[in-house]
Design a protein around this ligand. Sequence first.
Ligand SMILES: Cc1ncc(COP(=O)(O)O)c(C=O)c1O
Length: 442
Amino acid sequence: MASNAAPEQGRNIDLDGAYAAAEERFTAANPQSLAQYQRACESLPGGNTRTGMYYAPYPLAMARGEGAYMWDLDGHRYHDYAGDFSAGLYGHSNPIVHAAVKEALEAGVTFGSASAHEARLAALVCARVPSIERVRFCNSGTEANIMALVTANAVTKRSKIMVFEGAYHGGTLSFPPSGSPINVPFDFIQAPYNDIDGTAALFDQHGDSLSAVLVETMQGAGGCIPGATDFLALLRERASQHGAILIFDEVMTSRLGPTGRQGALGIIPDMTTLGKYVGGGMTAGAFGGRADIMAHYDPREKGHFVHHGTFNNNVLTLAGGAAGLEKVYTPEAATALTAAGETLRARLNELGQKHGLPFQAAGYGSLMNIHFVDGKIRSHKDLAGRNLTALDLFHLEMIAASIYITRRGYIALSLALSDDDHDYFVAEVDKFLSANGSLIAP
Ligand SMILES: Cc1ncc(COP(=O)(O)O)c(C=O)c1O
């Protein structure tokens, strides 16, 4: 097994040099992942089928996971702080979810028929998320958002959609500052996130032609930037005033408390989209909302909307998801994990202060993002001056310390991580900031 030993610190003269050295150590420690990546490049563009999985010099290939840990092809064990970008809420092979999926698998899959599974997960979702009176399942968060938007267009007979700068609602619904050439060709207007006056002005201008307002209650991929309560309340008020359908994308944030982010905020949208952990770690998406809106999908009604989807009622997803919500991610567990995340985030933020460095963990509860920048982050504009080379270095040095986080600094806690894991993580971050502080200081 190649060594993944802690890096030799403090001998590089600048940040670029430190990063280059970290890449060299990474490459020396991970020959099997390199070989795997080279094989992948022969048939996948850039060896990749999920863009976020790529990072330089090449991504680690994981071989297996158990509880809070993963092992790569070179045999290194990692504390998993990426949590599959929040889909891995239950950790690896949670025994209860695992047993439910196994039981479903053994009972036969791909029925091409209704089963008992969909009603069970649907009831749990409706009980959990205040705005969801009726729900339909699909296969991803992206698909859930597309379905919610086309539903809003069809119901309101309008087509303009308000989204927010820096938002991420899926691979074809992405609004980073650099734009995206592969978004679905809908009629979007982009409003400034957490900016009440700027957004109100756009409502004044476009309100009566809006079919939908689609918003993350916390921008996830955009850097874990919570939506301010007064800002989200404004969206609720103005959407109602103009007859637009307010959609909360809670694909990530529905885990942040027993009733999703919306329940904690007391702001109830017309529709909500879900995904990620909701299928117990299996492919998942769901869109739901007010019964009168969702009634358009009642196939007994004349003129109903047709929503096909071969895998909408995939029994593995439904069974795993239901077992998870019913027996593992109970409302009590959601409260506890959110509190544990807030404690960890506070400890990380204290380290930034202790070292006097532009280092912080933004976010809420079990979802957070490391940023090498000072000051309060209310939108992507506040991230403009962040130090991305420091973040790249942090990523490789955490990997060298057996902590798996994402390249963009995003962290999603799983239920399997313990206080001991968090102590270890905080200690390694402390060491990193001690060793590299002089390179990172502004
Ligand atoms: C807020 C949000 N919406 C939608 C999506 C898309 O979900 P999926 O990757 O399942 O298509 C994501 C994925 O990261 C997300 O974070």
